[in-house]
Ligand binder design. Sequence first.
Ligand SMILES: *[C@@H]1O[C@H](CO)[C@@H](O)[C@H](O)[C@H]1NC(C)=O
Ligand SMILES: *[C@@H]1O[C@H](CO)[C@@H](O)[C@H](O)[C@H]1NC(C)=O
Length: 397
Amino acid sequence: MVVKLVLLLVSSLCASSALSHTKQKHPDVGLNAKQVIQKYGYPLEVHFIETEDGYILEYHRIPHGKNNAVGGHPVLLMPGLLSNSADFLTLGPGLSLGYILADEGYDVWLANYRGSRWSKKHKTLDVVVNKKEFFDISFQEIGLYDITASIDYILNTTGYKKLFYIGHSQGTTCMFALLAAKPEYNDKIVLMTALAPIAYTTHVNYLMFLFTKHFLTEMQQFSEAHGIYEFFPYSPLLTELGQILCNDDVGTQPLCEAMFYFFGGYSSNLNKTVIPVILSNTPSGCTLRMMYHLVQIALSGQFQMYDFGEQENLIRYGQVSPPKLDLTQITAPVELYYADQDPVSTVKDVELLAADLPNIVKKQFMNGYNHLDYLWSLNVESVLYSHIIQSIKNYST
Ligand SMILES: *[C@@H]1O[C@H](CO)[C@@H](O)[C@H](O)[C@H]1NC(C)=O
Ligand SMILES: *[C@@H]1O[C@H](CO)[C@@H](O)[C@H](O)[C@H]1NC(C)=O
C-alpha cells in the first residue's frame, strides 16, 4: 500500500517534472540575492560585518540605483524569521522594495541575521562542531549585537549620522529590543518602518505557535536532549521541489499556495508566479530558541529577554527573572503597518504594542493582508511600498 502510494507520488512528480520542463521556467529560479542584483544590472557590494561577540554577518548592499552615480541616505532592511536578503528582491525591479529604494536613490543594506543562510560564520565557533553555542540565538542577540554592529558599520562606512530602518516580522522585534535596551541607539534612527510588527504575542493564533505554547517545556527538553538547535535551514532541495511542484500551469501549485497560507495566514494577494523563486532562497534557517522566546512572551504577557531558568538568568543577567524590555524607551519615530489576516502579528497584539510606543508617527491598517503579503503580494508596490517611500522621502528632507 505504502509502496504503491510512493510509486504514485514519484510517477506524478516525474510527470509534472516533464510537464514543467516543457513549460516556461521562471528565470529567477535558483538565483540568490547576489545573483539577482547583478542579473538586473544593479551595483552589488558584499559586506562582512563582525559583531562584538564574534559572529560574521554577510550583508548585501545595493549602494545606489542604476541611474545614480552615488547613493543617498542608507536604509537597513531586516528580514523576519526564516527569511533572508533575497526576500526583499523576489518580485524583481519596480516591484520589490530593495530595488525600489535603490531606484529612488537610497543606499540599500540587506541584512542577514546570525544563524541564517549567509551568516553562519564566527571568529572562533564552528557552526557544526559548536552548534549549541553558535545557535544560542533569539531576537535579543540579533538586536543587541547584530543590529548595533550593523548600524555602527553602516554609519561609519557612509558618513551619515542616522539611517532608516525597515523590518519585517521578527525583523521588528529585534529592533524594538535594541531600542528598549540601549536607548542611545534611538538617535541613530531617522525612522523605523515596522511591517507586521511583533512585540507582544499574547494573541498569536498560529498552529505551530499554539502547539509550542502548550508543550514548551517538553519541546525545550526534547531539543536539548537531541542537540537540535537550528530550524528549517536553507536547502537546495526546496529549489528543486519548488520548480517541479509550484510553477504556474502545474497542477500541484495550489498545494504550494496552501503551504504559504499555512505559514502566513490566508490571503488573496499572493503572487503565485514567484513561489518557485521564493523557495529558491527561503526558508533560510532560524533557531528553535527564537520560537521559544516568542512563546515565553506570550506566556508571561511581558516583552522581555529570554528566560534561561533562574540559575542561568542569574549568571547571564545578574537576576533570577529575565529583564523586561521597556518599549516606552523607544523615542525614534516608528511607523506600524499591520493587518487583519495576519495570525502572527495580530491586530490585538499590535494595539498593545502601540499603547507602549511613545513616538508612533503612522499606524496603517492593511486590509486583507496576511503575514507574508508585505513581501510577495500582487499589489504590494501600490498599496504599501509607495507609501513607505513617501514617508522616507518626507523624513529625508
Ligand atoms: C570606523 O572607521 C574607522 C576608520 O575608518 C575604523 O578605525 C573603525 O574601527 C570603524 N568602526 C567601526 C565600528 O566599523
Ligand atoms: C508577479 O511577479 C512577477 C515576477 O515573477 C512579475 O513579473 C509580475 O508582474 C507580478 N505580478 C504583479 C501583478 O505584480
